[in-house]
Structure formats: C-alpha cells, structure tokens
Design a protein around this ligand. Sequence first.
Ligand SMILES: [Zn+2]
Length: 218
Amino acid sequence: MREYIEEKIKNTTRHFKFGNIAVYQDTENNSTDYSPIFKTLEKSFPSHFFRDLKGVEIAHRKEFDDRNISALYKDDWLYLSDQQDGLEDLLDDLVHEMAHHIETTNSDLIYSDGDIKKEFLSKRKRLEFELNTEGYWTDEYNFSDVQYNREMDNFLYKRVGPNMLRMATANDFIRPYGSISLREYFATGFEAYYLGKKDLLFKLCPVLYNKIDELHNL
Ligand SMILES: [Zn+2]
C-alpha cells in the first residue's frame, strides 16, 4: 500500500526549477506543463528575488475553496492552484504572490521611508471623495487605515461593487484590488511592472514605480 502511494505521488508530481527554487506540480487533475511560464519569468527577475523563497507548490488546497482564492504566499512558500483558466492566469497568480514574497523579505527598503504609504493614502483620499460624490456614505470606514480589513473589503466589493469601484479607481490604481490595502497596492504595481504595464505604472503610481525599479536593480 505504501509503495503504491509513493509510486502514485512520484507519477503525479512534476518537478522543475524556478531560479534555484524547487517547484512541485501535482499533475493528477491537471497535467498542463506550466514550466515554460516559470522559465520565462525567471529571466525577468533579478536573482536576489529568489532569496529566502523555500519552494513553489501547484496543487489543490482546501484554503483555495474556503477563501475563494487561487493562490497564496505563506511561510516563504508560493502556493498556486492546479485549477487555472489558462497559462495567463497562472502567470498572474505567480507574479502576484512573488510580489508578496518580495515585500515581505524587503519590507524595510520598501516601506520604512513611508513614501509608498503616502502615495497610497493620497489615492485613498481621492477614492473616498469620489465615492462621496457618487452618494456613498463613508463615515464608518477608515480610509487612512493601510492594513487589510474585512469591513473595507465588504464595503468596496459588495456595497460599492466591482463596476463602480472600477470607475472610482481608474485614474489612481492599476486595478481596483490595489485600493484594498497597502500590501495589495504594492502587489498590483509589481504585477504591472513585470507584466507589460510599466508605462501605466509610471504614470499612475510614480513613487511605487521607482521603488520597484530600485528593487529590480539592487
Ligand atoms: Zn495579494
């Protein structure tokens, strides 16, 4: 029995490298070869981005269903769902979670001068103003809290809703999700930098752009 299980695990796991990091892909339910995505992306990243990253797993996790997400960064690991709509989707998730790795391992360099926070808060202020103009009452929400909080998430995504949020954030954020917290502001900017929207990032979020550029050239 044990041999059977070990054999099965061996046969349903694809192994490859991302930088010098081991990637484990569970191919039992999805045998798409994602390794070319990793190979392409590793050429875009400086080698120090892989520092302190322990591994990457592409597999199903219960948390993905529970929290309605398809990827997460935890304990120096990147976890990606094996149920992706396509290569692009996996690439988006990979770059996004890589951003969380970078902002965790370089948090002093990124956040300690307070510049990105200042840029984020000025955008939050305009967002609140926009929403007030559209008739939304925002007094019970703290728009100067940069941390993720569920109340703000529910307000923006459920009360305001994706369409209005898209309109209200279009001139300030790479995508609406970047308005949810400072960490997601960084992560969505990082996506833009590495996924072909550098010019837009420079235009909308110059402080964030310069910080990512500094990290890239460390
Ligand atoms: Zn995120």
